[in-house]
Design a protein around this ligand. Structure first.
Ligand SMILES: Cc1cc2nc3c(=O)[nH]c(=O)nc-3n(C[C@H](O)[C@H](O)[C@H](O)COP(=O)(O)OP(=O)(O)OC[C@H]3O[C@@H](n4cnc5c(N)ncnc54)[C@H](O)[C@@H]3O)c2cc1C
Length: 262
């Protein structure tokens, strides 16, 4: 039996600027027939944009009436950032089947959520889904609140001057509710490592009571590399992945294919 994740070709049917640094991309088309949500509110897909091999992960903000919505943070430079900054309506992208992580114990009496802008789509979807418990959220947004994006008890915070992100300090200031509950958090990886230590050593939460995920890494320039559209990268990418090759090894195969054609 194949263990390779199923993939779907989807068309960008709408692009909407939600704020200066946040863009909504709505995908549709026949290629999404067969896509099935996990139903878990922090589910994500791997996205491959045109002319690229490499994937980036994005939360499924919604999957409704055959349309899949992804909300993308547009930061200084990056492979998806640069693509999402353009008028990409009509482009064909590849997405994987969804995976998810949120696993709140049945015994939880409260839910706390913390994240930066990359976690905001998941935080919004979790708050819409969990309606039978008190839910409190903190969202770090360097450019201010995004009106109406998330409902309920939400505190918007800005990182301290000069800091790219400081979600760890948001968590360190939390007054933890009594009793059993669940803590979900996502954001920059170094901040998440600090938080895991804090939860284990200071708060002493059992590991089943929290989920803390690094969604991106600060200060690691990853130059987008465009592929030559004359050579279809798809088969090379899929064969490389099936053979367990790294991205660098797949790029080498791609370069060899280009040289062979010249
Ligand atoms: C499970 C999961 C779900 C995610 N869901 C979302 C989502 O719904 N929306 C969303 O926008 N992101 C989400 N992310 C984060 C997203 O995948 C990363 O931010 C990704 O690196 C962005 O890709 P890029 O091509 O724009 O930049 P890259 O090419 O990956 O990176 C280029 C440079 O930008 C920096 N960088 C990357 N992300 C950021 C950032 N957010 N802010 C500042 N600098 C950054 C890197 O350090 C690097 O130097 C999710 C990640 C995971 C693991």
């Amino acid at each position: 039996m194949s263990t390779r994740a199923q993939q779907f070709q989807a068309e960008v049917v709408r692009r909407e600027q939600l704020s200066s640094h946040f863009v909504r991309i709505v995908l549709g088309g026949d290629g999404l027939v067969g896509f099935a949500s996990t139903g878990v509110p922090d589910e994500w897909v791997a996205l491959t944009v045109p002319g690229q091999f490499q994937t980036r992960y994005y939360t499924v903000r919604s999957w409704r009436d055959g349309q899949l919505t992804l909300d993308v943070v547009v930061h200084e430079h990056g492979l998806v950032t640069e693509w999402a900054s353009t008028d990409c309506v009509g482009d064909t992208v590849t997405i994987s089947e969804p995976k998810a992580s949120f696993k709140m114990p049945d015994t939880a009496g409260w839910l706390l959520l913390v994240g930066d802008l990359t976690a905001l789509p998941a935080i919004a979807r979790i708050t819409e889904t969990v309606t039978d418990l008190p839910v409190t959220a903190w969202v770090e947004a360097p450019h201010g609140e995004i009106d109406g994006y998330v409902v309920g008890d939400v505190t918007w915070v800005e990182p301290p001057p000069g800091a790219e992100t400081a979600t760890a300090s948001v968590v360190e200031a939390i007054e933890w509710p009594d009793g059993e509950g669940y803590f979900w958090m996502a954001g920059e990886s170094a901040q998440m490592r600090a938080i895991r230590k804090h939860l284990m050593r200071e708060v002493k939460l059992p590991s089943t009571a929290y989920d803390v995920m690094g969604y991106w890494r600060s200060g690691q320039p990853r130059q987008p590399r465009a592929v030559d559209r004359a050579i279809d990268p798809g088969p090379i990418w899929r064969a490389g992945k099936a053979a367990g090759k790294s991205d660098d090894q797949i790029w080498a195969d791609y370069d060899a294919a280009r040289e062979a054609q010249q």
